[in-house]
Ligand binder design. Structure first.
Ligand SMILES: *[C@@H]1O[C@H](CO)[C@@H](O)[C@H](O)[C@H]1NC(C)=O
Ligand SMILES: *[C@@H]1O[C@H](CO)[C@@H](O)[C@H](O)[C@H]1NC(C)=O
Ligand SMILES: *[C@@H]1O[C@H](CO)[C@@H](O)[C@H](O)[C@H]1NC(C)=O
Ligand SMILES: *[C@@H]1O[C@H](CO)[C@@H](O)[C@H](O)[C@H]1NC(C)=O
Ligand SMILES: *[C@@H]1O[C@H](CO)[C@@H](O)[C@H](O)[C@H]1NC(C)=O
Ligand SMILES: *[C@@H]1O[C@H](CO)[C@@H](O)[C@H](O)[C@H]1NC(C)=O
Length: 261
């Protein structure tokens, strides 16, 4: 009797195990970084037994900032059963793709996201746990002087550095000046000998396979006749940026300023 009982338990355990491996959610990343105000895609795929004609009835995405029970109950950031429009757009399908595209990310979108799907089979549902952690950050531009001190002089050298406070395996930086692409790549834009012609609007763009974000700022190099006046004024200012055609209220922030007396 005891033997039979044990055998039954084992049998039901193996049922659960089989079911678990037949249903699944796969995320391409554990962690994804995004720049505030831009869009980011969270690649995701899901599977279930294909032996029977199983239909997927409902697809859900949850933010674990607001959801407390493994996405089994609301709130959801996406629910295929209701067509409310939000920053959270499902770009997957009814078969196997559960990719989520998040628009206009804000700092409070940082956190873990999980996908859940429900099929027309009794008990045929699953939440992909653990999910993907989104980290939202700003790009930071800083000026690093490589020569000279105090007042700037022509021919001083400096670097502009673009930083993203986030660990991301493969990412790249692209620079442009007055909307024209510069040949330099990498986090640092090097100015070997500063001249008035270096003034302009610069954009640092950070790109990964999932997202891209940019920051535009003006570099002002001022001074009189370079031959006569050996003093210069250098100012780096972050510019207002447009996000989704809406102007985000953002003060022009002075990143660096060195003014001669
Ligand atoms: C899933 O959908 C996204 C967005 O539509 C697409 O970019 C991606 O290539 C798809 N993934 C697969 C494996 O087909
Ligand atoms: C983020 O904060 C805004 C209010 O500033 C709120 O309306 C929104 O629901 C929050 N979003 C998330 C995902 O927490
Ligand atoms: C500035 O540079 C000059 C010459 O390189 C040096 O003599 C001076 O000590 C420096 N001043 C400061 C404040 O570092
Ligand atoms: C980088 O981000 C982490 C958390 O995401 C924060 O604790 C830290 O202060 C940030 N560092 C800088 C230099 O902003
Ligand atoms: C930089 O941008 C400002 C507008 O934000 C514009 O007035 C100015 O002409 C631009 N400078 C250059 C060199 O394109
Ligand atoms: C991500 O992009 C890099 C180039 O930036 C490429 O080499 C790599 O294969 C891409 N990875 C994936 C998973 O798409």
């Amino acid at each position: 009797m005891k033997m039979l009982h044990l055998a039954l338990i084992l049998l039901s355990l193996s049922d659960v195990l089989t079911q678990d491996s037949d249903y699944g959610v796969k995320y391409a990343d554990d962690q994804i970084c995004a720049v505030r105000g831009f869009s980011v895609s969270i690649p995701c795929s899901y599977y279930y037994p294909t032996s029977n004609p199983i239909q997927v009835k409902q697809k859900l995405w949850c933010s674990m900032n607001s959801n407390t029970d493994k996405c089994q109950n609301p709130p959801y950031v996406y629910n295929s059963a209701s067509n409310t429009k939000s920053d959270f757009e499902f770009t997957g399908d009814d078969k196997s793709n559960c990719t989520l595209l998040i628009h206009n990310v804000q700092f409070n979108y940082s956190g873990e996201y999980r996908f859940r799907f429900i099929t027309d089979v009794t008990g045929g549902m699953l939440t992909g746990d653990p999910g993907v952690t989104l980290q939202v950050t700003d790009l930071k531009v800083s000026l690093i002087r490589l020569s000279g001190n105090g007042t700037f002089k022509p021919e001083d050298s400096l670097n502009l550095k673009c930083d993203v406070n986030c660990t991301q395996s493969s990412s790249q930086f692209v620079w442009s000046k007055n909307n024209e692409l510069l040949p330099e790549s990498g986090a640092v834009l090097h100015f070997p000998a500063l001249t008035l012609r270096d003034s302009g609007n610069y954009t640092c763009t950070w790109k990964t396979n999932r997202t891209s974000g940019s920051e535009t700022f003006s570099l002002q190099v001022e001074g009189g006749n370079l031959k006569l006046q050996r003093k210069m004024r250098v100012k780096v200012k972050r510019k207002q940026r447009r996000v989704h055609a809406e102007l985000q209220e953002q003060d022009d922030a002075v990143i660096y300023s060195a003014v001669n007396i």
